[in-house]
Design a protein around this ligand. Structure first.
Ligand SMILES: [Zn+2]
Length: 69
C-alpha cells in the first residue's frame, strides 16, 4: 500500500498570482519581477503591473535576467 503524501507544486504555481511588470510596447515578450530590471529600463513605453497569469495569457514569458527576481 502506498503512503498518502501531499503533492506540492514545485514553485511555479506558487507565484502564479504574484504581480509582475510588463512593458506596453508592441514588441515586449517578457514580464519582469523586478521593477529595476535592465530589460524594463529599455522600455520606452508605459510600464504596467500585471499578474503572472495575465502576462502569460497574452503570450509573455518570464524575463531571463537573473537579477529580475
Ligand atoms: Zn526582467
Amino acid at each position: 500500500m502506498l503512503p498518502t503524501s501531499d503533492i506540492k507544486p514545485d514553485g511555479g504555481l506558487a507565484m502564479a498570482g504574484q504581480s509582475v511588470y510588463v512593458c506596453k510596447s508592441a514588441g515586449a515578450k517578457k514580464y519582469h519581477f523586478n521593477r529595476n530590471c535592465g530589460g524594463l529600463k529599455r522600455c520606452s513605453h508605459e510600464i504596467k503591473t500585471s499578474s503572472v497569469k495575465e502576462a502569460e495569457a497574452i503570450g509573455l514569458t518570464q524575463c531571463a535576467y537573473k537579477k529580475c527576481r
